[in-house]
Design a protein. Structure first.
Length: 175
């Protein structure tokens, strides 16, 4: 199965991005990436697809700010912005593997003052572990050594993101 080509890779990426709009089982796509492309390339495709989906959701949130302003009061927006500034990056990290909630949080983050760079770092940190684990499941077809390797790589990547300054930060300074 490792002979899948560029068209298959693009299809998988497209499905992960389409998950913002449609109920695509991203875990199945990520397992397929591992089965078709192997552990590291499959995980990389899944990571790229997951972060791209978060970016699309964030962009939708940016475009929807006007709607939010029309249906909420200034006090409600100020409170939401305060919460999203404080907890938004962590919400993105923690929900990337949760169906429907991941997309919802990305869109909500787009309506907040969160910076694009913060969203990218948070989405990468939140997507890395599931991308590696699902790719390991697909690539290994049940061997424990590949799953252990994927777990170590996932934790190392997440730790690297945090240690190198890619950790989620507040999107604006404290008042």
């Amino acid at each position: 199965m490792r002979s899948a080509g560029a068209a298959t890779a693009l299809l998988g990426l497209g499905l992960l991005i389409a998950d913002v709009f449609l109920p695509v089982p991203s875990s199945v796509v990520m397992v397929a990436h591992g089965a078709l492309f192997g552990l590291v390339p499959g995980a990389a495709l899944s990571l790229l697809g997951g972060v791209s989906a978060a970016l699309v959701g964030f962009a939708l949130g940016r475009q929807g700010r006007g709607v939010v302003e029309r249906v909420t009061t200034p006090a409600q927006r100020a409170e939401a912005d305060r919460l999203l500034t404080r907890w938004g990056p962590w919400a993105v990290v923690c929900t990337r593997a949760v169906p429907v909630l991941a997309e919802t949080v990305a869109v909500l983050a787009g309506t907040s003052p969160m910076r694009w760079s913060v969203l990218v770092c948070a989405a990468a940190a939140g997507t890395a572990v599931p991308a590696l684990l699902y790719a390991a499941v697909g690539a290994s077809a049940g061997t424990a050594s590949s799953l252990a390797l994927a777990s170590v790589l996932a934790l190392a990547f997440s730790g690297l993101v945090v240690v190198t300054g890619g950790r989620p930060r507040r999107s604006s300074p404290r008042p």
